[in-house]
Design a protein around this ligand. Sequence first.
Ligand SMILES: [Zn+2]
Length: 168
Amino acid sequence: MYYVDPSEVVKLTEVFGGEEATQVVKLLLEAPGLSDEELAERLGVDVKQVRKTLHKLLELSLVTYTVTYEKENGKRTFRWRLQLEQLVSTVRGQAIKIIERLKMLRDFYGSSVVYWCGKSSCRKLEFSAAVDHFFKCPSCGDPLQPFDPSEMLKSIDEKISELSKLLR
Ligand SMILES: [Zn+2]
């Protein structure tokens, strides 16, 4: 067993699970044992949507549930809890993968010159591809310029150090 800092769990879930999963995890941290209906009510979203998120978390073994029956009407209620240890190790694994991908991206942009027309909707091209297209963007036809990656590298480094902090 190791100590799990709840704020760390929430931060790490944000990294890999997105908004919806994060909201559910936050609520279950505060109030373990909520039912899907109660979660939906507190989040102000459709219960079907909450169940989808819960099943995603369930597939990753991040949550577990117990079922209770009401004798009067036979209604089944699922009550949800976080599997904290599992959650931390899974999100850590995800964070490590993201860091590896960012490092590859950084290495690539740090060592190769790429060409770009400057439009966010258009691709960046490696030198040989830029030559093939006569330094004209294959999507929009604008001239291709060498892309200065320094801003991008800066934000990649920031992201890496942010994620690394979470892994300490
Ligand atoms: Zn273009």
